[in-house]
Design a protein around this ligand. Structure first.
Ligand code: TA6
Length: 303
């Protein structure tokens, strides 16, 4: 039988994996380990918070007006957009950005790791609601490693006998000091479709800065992005694999007011979305019997 000393040395001290549910019945998983703390909503497989211990300010932004209601997306953290991005291609009554972020997910595994990180595996729960919108024999799982860096892998498995096409994004909201002082490096020379200009095609020159609404889909890029924030004297490094698109979004004041849950007191100024994705012309065909994985790794460094 393993001693407590062996268990602690194997799994590290200070591990906490705690489930709770709120008055709406939404289940939240709280993680504490020597490297970081995190909060994950089972609805949507939604990482809401990730706070590495070395970071003075949370890395992910979560709106103080976020609604924790069954069937509604939570504003902030890492919403999982799947199996389409933006409006449904043919049925505008369906949830924009797909249904994955507003339906129940289940825990497949939650394990303290020997390196003192915490590993989670979540899976979207099959249901009549899902089958009606997505009539394929398909599995969607999300593997999360919570530590000094945040690692996430979204895997789509086609268990059926016909191919299907998915659009997907990890629609991540990053916490910043102020949208007007940050810069995004890594997309220089990439082409992008500008949603604000009815998807007109442009080419990026130099780093991205912000002084108005920005809603751009950068295409055919596997680049790592770096979010430079002089106000917080940090940079957030956004690495990805299995992703050909990067969406960059700030709503700015008017759009934020229209959307309505983007934070009180100009909360939208303290966030920017950098979304590792496969969208628009980069959607993915998943052949029968195969899998596709989109992965990200978020880390921070001092400036
Ligand atoms: O990723 C940017 C975007 O497509 C914006 O156009 C805006 O719609 C945003 O996503 C938020 O979408 P949501 O459905 O979460 O309100």
């Amino acid at each position: 039988m393993q001693s407590v000393h062996e268990l602690n040395s194997r799994y590290g001290v200070g591990h906490k994996i705690h489930f709770s549910s709120d008055q709406n019945g939404l289940v939240t998983l709280e993680i504490e380990n020597p490297h970081a703390s995190a909060k994950v909503a089972l609805q949507g497989g939604h990482v809401m918070q990730w706070n590495p211990r070395h970071a003075e300010v949370p890395v992910l932004w979560l709106s103080d007006q976020a609604r924790f209601v069954g069937g509604r997306s939570i504003r902030g953290g890492v919403p999982v957009c799947w199996p389409w991005f933006g409006p449904h291609p043919t049925d505008e009554t369906l949830c924009p950005h797909g249904f994955a972020r507003v339906v129940p997910w289940e825990v497949v595994d939650a394990t303290p790791m020997p390196d003192n990180t915490t590993s989670l595996v979540l899976r979207l729960v099959e249901s009549k609601q899902v089958e009606k919108q997505w009539p394929y024999d398909c599995e969607l799982s999300l593997t999360i490693n919570i530590g000094p860096v945040l690692k996430m892998s979204l895997t789509t498995t086609n268990k059926g006998d016909e191919p299907f096409v998915i659009g997907e994004a990890l629609h991540t909201y990053f916490q910043v000091s102020d949208i007007e002082v940050v810069k995004i490096h890594g997309l220089d020379h990439s082409e992008y479709e500008d949603k604000v200009e009815d998807y007109a095609l442009h080419h990026q020159t130099g780093e991205i800065t912000f002084s108005q609404e920005v809603d751009r889909v950068y295409l055919n890029t596997e680049s790592t992005c770096v979010l430079e924030d002089p106000g917080l004297r940090r940079k957030i490094i956004i690495e990805k694999s299995g992703s050909q698109s990067t969406v960059v979004w700030t709503p700015w004041e008017r759009k934020a007011a229209e959307i309505g849950d983007l934070g009180s007191h100009y909360g939208w100024r303290q966030m920017v979305c950098v979304e590792s994705s496969n969208v628009r012309s980069n959607v993915v065909t998943v052949a029968p019997g195969s899998s596709h994985t989109l992965s990200v790794q978020y880390s921070t460094e001092s400036l």
